[in-house]
Design a protein around this ligand. Structure first.
Ligand code: HEC
Ligand code: HEC
Length: 300
């Protein structure tokens, strides 16, 4: 009798624990998480407008595998991809025109959650991109960051640099269901805030908060990359948009201790937007040339 009671209590306890764990997990996912996760309600713009929903009701789980665990045959490319992300100028010198590395915006080579994360990016692409009026793959997307964020030249899709990056993206996206849009891999389109960005107030934010790392002149220091000037991203980069810059700094700056109000983030974005930086010059047409009409499309 006692044994039966004990068995019953134990079973009940185990069931309660499982239920509790499930509840905790569920609410961690569904609770609004300001700053640390992109609010689901904020749109992600034309780039992700056609992105389908996650396949699992709980959504994909953030768990990038260790680089050393990559299968032997692809491991050297995964490792090289990571080096290109983190030491871009050293490993891809002819494609970089400024003093930046990919990791300056995609922290830890995009493996961090508290950044413009690239974990799951291989499951998200190919993706419809408004800029190209077509669905583009990760090689084309990556070329954009080379030409704009790195103020450089685009490596060819069949180059060793591009292929290593693609192998790397795929490995750090392991386990993420294809065609899902992991919530951490989406930078919200803009802050949901009516505040009108004020560059004069932004200058004060810069002096008070940013200058100690990015330098009094904003041109970068040994501990933080430039925000403007010749060494920074050019005026065709995503970060040059006030809305992108403000979401980025509100969520991730100061690094490891984000603390700006949304208003301060918008103001400092307006100030950064006014500073000089390299000009983007297009080297090839943005749009995918439609030689073959798509099914249902009238011939031009
Ligand atoms: C100045 C900041 C900056 C730098 C430097 C930078 N990027 Fe980006 N990158 C961005 C922004 C902003 C986006 C758009 C994010 C969004 O809209 O979700 C982006 C998007 C991407 C994406 C697509 C991500 C997605 O989820 O759609 C890839 C892949 C990428 N970058 C690769 C690179 C690589 C490789 C480099 C270095 C050669 C690089 N980036 C350098 C800012 C940067
Ligand atoms: C504690 C030092 C620190 C402070 C303070 C700080 N940043 Fe940063 N910031 C960094 C570091 C370090 C990186 C690059 C991260 C990496 O490479 O892993 C970075 C990256 C950036 C980037 C993307 C790369 C680039 O240079 O364009 C922007 C934009 C940025 N910070 C803006 C700001 C703004 C605006 C402020 C003030 C509100 C600020 N940061 C305050 C350390 C800091």
């Amino acid at each position: 009798m006692n044994q039966a009671k004990l068995f019953f209590s134990l079973t009940l306890l185990v069931l309660l624990l499982i239920f509790g764990a499930w509840l905790a997990f569920f609410f961690q996912w569904s609770a609004p998480m300001p700053r640390t996760a992109a609010p689901a309600a904020i749109g992600t713009g034309t780039d992700t407008a056609a992105a389908p929903r996650a396949l699992s009701p709980l959504g994909p789980v953030f768990n990038p595998p260790a680089l050393e665990d990559a299968p032997e045959k692809i491991r050297p490319m995964v490792m090289l991809g990571y080096k290109i992300m983190t030491e871009t100028k050293k490993y891809a010198p002819e494609y970089v025109g400024n003093d930046m590395a990919c990791t300056n915006c995609h922290f830890d080579g995009g493996r961090s959650k508290d950044t413009i994360s690239l974990v799951g990016v291989a499951a998200k692409y190919p993706l419809y991109r408004g800029r190209r009026e077509y669905t583009a793959d990760l090689a084309l997307r990556t070329q954009g960051c080379f030409e704009r964020s790195m103020d450089g030249k685009a490596p060819a899709p069949d180059s060793q640099i591009m292929q290593s990056l693609l192998v790397y993206y795929q490995w750090i996206s392991k386990g993420i269901p294809i065609y899902s849009t992991p919530p951490w891999a989406v930078l919200a389109h803009h802050l949901d805030n009516e505040h009108k960005p004020d560059a004069v107030a932004g200058k004060t934010v810069f002096k008070d908060v940013c200058a100690r790392c990015h330098g009094e002149d904003g041109l970068g220091t040994p501990i933080a990359p430039p925000l403007w000037g010749d060494g920074a991203y050019n005026d065709g980069a995503g970060m040059h948009r006030i809305r992108t810059f403000s979401v980025f700094v509100w969520r991730f700056m100061p690094k490891t201790d984000p603390s700006l109000t949304q208003e301060q983030a918008l103001d400092v974005a307006a100030y950064a937007h006014e500073q000089p930086r390299p000009k983007f010059t297009a080297t090839h047409p943005n749009k995918i040339e439609r030689v073959i009409p798509l099914p249902g499309e009238a011939r031009q």
